[in-house]
Design a protein around this ligand. Structure first.
Ligand SMILES: [Fe+2]
Ligand SMILES: [Fe+2]
Length: 242
């Protein structure tokens, strides 16, 4: 937001306060009560308009409170939605549930076994694979309970199965999920969490990430988003200009 925008906003607020002082307070009060009711109704409507993805997220949540997966999924879900705008031929009914559910299986991996099962150097391949297998099982249970379309469940589970161990993407939907899965790492929060748990200083870790952009991503839009997010992280952590 530019300073000019802030200035305009400031003036508007000042104007409203002056209006109240000049005897319009009572009418304003009535209007505010009506406005309050209208806003409450709007919020009620919003709750009613809850999407199937909100429901899937709520059902996934009890499985996400490990390994910072709650943070990871929040950020990667937003990246998936952004990527879908660039690739409208992809199917959001596949990509969004897949990203929300892909890591639910980590909840079944004891926390002491998790550190070696992901990151720049995977040592515990068994635990890594186990979180994919358990992810398929739990995601299948959630989607079947919601009576999600059968054909879509199949494609979502195929994406979850092997999402870390399979290097090739199965489809455009899978490409978007794979890209969004990695994009959160480039945000300031992702850098902060990962450099600490991988035991790498922030600056070398950001250099490591920059070097991965060309290898990791399937779509050009994701490459751009990664560079953009990393530039923000770099400026936050080093004060360097974007
Ligand atoms: Fe994973
Ligand atoms: Fe993930």
């Amino acid at each position: 937001m530019s300073r000019q925008d802030l200035g305009i906003k400031g003036l508007r607020i000042k104007g409203m306060c002056e209006g109240e002082k000049s005897g319009k307070g009572e009418t304003g009060g009535k209007e505010n009560a009506e406005l309050g009711t209208r806003i409450a109704k709007l919020h009620q409507g919003r709750t009613l308009m809850k999407t199937i993805y909100d429901t899937i997220y709520e059902m996934a949540k009890p499985y996400l409170n490990t390994r910072y997966n709650d943070v990871h999924i929040d950020l990667s879900y937003d990246f998936t939605k952004r990527l879908l705008q660039y690739y409208p031929q992809a199917d959001e009914a596949i990509a969004l549930p897949a990203i929300l559910l892909h890591d639910v299986g980590w909840k079944m991996v004891p926390e002491e076994e998790q550190p070696g099962a992901f990151g720049p150097e995977v040592k515990n391949h068994e635990a890594q694979r186990f979180h994919e297998i358990e992810g398929v099982r739990i995601a299948g249970e959630i989607l079947n309970e919601l009576k999600y379309p059968e054909d879509k469940i199949h494609e979502i589970l195929d994406i979850i199965d092997g999402h870390d161990t399979r290097m090739e993407a199965l489809s455009l939907n899978d490409k978007l999920v794979k890209d969004a899965d990695k994009l959160w790492r480039f945000t300031p929060i992702g850098v902060d969490i990962d450099h600490a748990r991988f035991g790498i200083e922030r600056i070398p870790y950001m250099i490591y990430l920059e070097d991965r952009i060309k290898d990791w991503f399937f779509t050009p839009a994701a490459e751009e988003m990664a560079s953009e997010a990393l530039a923000i992280a770099r400026s936050e952590f080093t004060g360097e200009n974007l």
